[in-house]
Ligand binder design. Structure first.
Ligand code: RTP
Length: 155
C-alpha cells in the first residue's frame, strides 16, 4: 500500500426531518460515498423527546432548545454511521457551517439550506462525541464493519 494507513474513525451523521421530507437522503449519502467514506450503519427513526434531550444535553440551557427538540422529533430522522480516515472532521466540512447562511456553496447546508433551525443534517463535532452519539443511536449489532472484496481504495 502506498498510502499511510491511519486509525479508522467513525462518525454519527443524521439527515434531520426536513432533509428526509425534502428527499435529501440520497444526495447526502452520495456525497459521503463519493468522497470515499464507508457506510457502517443506517436506519430511519422518529426519535423520542427523551432520546433527543440526551443527544442535545449540552444545549439544554439554550433558548432554542425546546424548538430544536420539537423539530428533531417531528418526523423520521435518517441516522447513519460513516467510517473512514478523519471522517469526523471531514464529515463536518461536507455538512458545512451550522448556520447555512455561513455555509460555503458546495457543502450540504450551503447548497440546500438557509435557516439554522432547519439545517437539514447533523454531524458529530469530535471523536469523543461521535462515540457517545453512535452508542446512543445504535446497538452494536446494527453496525457493520466491512471491507470491499474487490477494491482496496475504499478505506
Ligand atoms: P449539529 O449538532 O446539528 O450538527 O449542529 P452543530 O453541532 O453544528 O451546532 P450546535 O451548536 O450543536 O447546534 C445544534 C443544532 O441546534 C440548532 N440551532 N438552532 N436557532 C438557533 O439559533 C440555533 N442554533 C443552533 C441547529 O439545528 C443546530 O444544528
Amino acid at each position: 500500500r502506498e498510502f499511510v494507513e491511519m486509525t479508522t474513525e467513525q462518525t454519527f451523521i443524521a439527515v434531520k426531518p426536513d432533509g428526509v421530507q425534502r428527499g435529501l437522503i440520497g444526495p447526502i449519502i452520495s456525497r459521503f460515498e463519493a468522497r470515499g467514506f464507508k457506510l457502517a450503519a443506517i436506519k430511519l427513526v422518529t426519535p423520542t423527546k427523551e432520546h433527543l434531550e440526551k443527544h442535545y444535553e449540552d444545549l439544554s440551557s439554550k433558548p432554542f432548545f425546546p424548538g430544536l427538540i420539537a423539530y428533531m422529533g417531528s418526523g423520521p430522522v435518517c441516522a447513519m454511521v460513516w467510517e473512514g480516515r478523519d471522517v469526523v472532521k471531514t464529515g463536518r466540512a461536507i455538512l458545512g457551517a451550522t448556520n447555512p447562511l455561513a455555509s460555503a456553496p458546495g457543502t450540504i447546508r450551503g447548497d440546500y439550506a438557509i435557516d439554522v433551525g432547519r439545517n437539514v443534517c447533523h454531524g458529530s463535532d469530535a471523536v469523543d462525541s461521535a462515540k457517545k452519539e453512535i452508542a446512543l443511536w445504535f446497538k452494536p449489532e446494527e453496525i457493520q464493519s466491512w471491507k470491499s472484496a474487490q477494491f482496496d481504495w475504499i478505506y
